[in-house]
Design a protein. Structure first.
Ligand code: FE
Ligand code: FE
Ligand code: FE
Length: 220
C-alpha cells in the first residue's frame, strides 16, 4: 500500500504518491491489454496493442528505476480512475456484437486509458523537474512520449479504418462542395467577362464533372 492521502504534506510526497498511482495503473494495464488484444478483430489494431503491451511492460520497469533513483520501494497505490476506465472498457467490449462497431469502441476505450496516462506523466514530469529530479524527469518523459505516440496511432487507425461511413459522407460533402465552388467560380468568372458562351460552357463542364464524380462515388 502506498502513501495515504492524509500523509501527503509536501510536493515530494505528492510526487511519490503520483509515482505509486501510475505504477498501479501501468500494472493494471499490463493485465487488461491481453483482453483487448483478444477482443479486437482488426489486424492492425491487434498488432498495435501487442506493441503497446511490450512498451507497457517496459514502462513498469522504467518506473521501478525511478523508484530506485529515490531510494524507495516500487509500490502501487490503488487508482480508482484507471480501475473505472478499465471496468467500463470490459463492460462495453462484452456487450457489442457488430465487429466494426466493437473495434471502433475499443479504440476510444484504449484512448481513454492513454489520456489518463498522459495527464499523469505530464504532471509527474513537471513535478520531477520542479523538485530537481532531472534524471527521473527524463525517464518519465520517455514514457510520456510513448503514450502520446500510441494515442496518435489510435487516432490514425480510427480515422482511416473504423469510420468508413463517416469518411464516405465527408468526401461526399467535399465532392458536392467542390463541384459547387467550380460552378460558383465559373459564374463569377462569367460576370467579369462578357463572353457568356464561355461562362455557359464552364458551368456545363463543371456540372458534368460533378455528375461524373458523384457517379464514381456511388460505385465506390
Ligand atoms: Fe503506460
Ligand atoms: Fe489515479
Ligand atoms: Fe499506454
Amino acid at each position: 500500500m502506498g502513501l495515504f492521502f492524509k500523509d501527503i504534506k509536501t510536493m515530494e510526497d505528492l510526487y511519490v504518491h503520483g509515482l505509486q498511482d501510475i505504477y498501479y495503473a501501468e500494472n493494471r494495464i499490463v493485465k487488461a491489454l491481453p483482453k483487448m488484444i483478444e477482443k479486437t478483430t482488426d489486424g492492425e489494431l491487434k498488432r498495435g496493442f501487442e506493441t503497446h503491451l511490450k512498451e507497457t511492460e517496459n514502462q513498469v520497469k522504467r518506473l521501478e528505476r525511478v523508484f530506485a533513483m529515490h531510494d524507495r520501494p516500487a509500490q502501487g497505490h490503488k487508482c480508482p480512475a484507471i480501475d473505472g476506465i478499465i471496468r467500463e472498457a470490459e463492460d462495453v467490449m462484452g456487450d457489442i456484437e457488430d465487429q466494426d462497431v466493437l473495434n471502433t469502441a475499443i479504440i476510444a476505450l484504449a484512448q481513454a486509458v492513454e489520456h489518463y496516462e498522459i495527464t499523469r506523466y505530464g504532471a509527474l514530469m513537471a513535478w520531477a523537474n520542479e523538485l530537481g529530479h532531472r534524471q527521473s524527469a527524463k525517464v518519465l518523459g520517455e514514457t510520456l512520449k510513448e503514450e502520446k505516440a500510441t494515442d496518435a496511432k489510435l487516432t490514425a487507425i480510427a480515422e482511416r479504418k473504423m469510420n468508413p461511413r463517416a469518411d464516405k459522407s465527408r468526401s461526399g460533402v467535399a465532392r458536392k462542395k467542390s463541384a459547387g465552388s467550380r460552378k460558383k467560380a465559373a459564374r463569377s468568372a462569367g460576370k467579369k467577362t462578357t463572353r457568356s458562351s464561355a461562362r455557359g460552357s464552364a458551368a456545363r463542364s463543371a456540372k458534368k464533372t460533378g455528375r461524373k464524380k458523384s457517379a464514381a462515388g456511388r460505385r465506390a
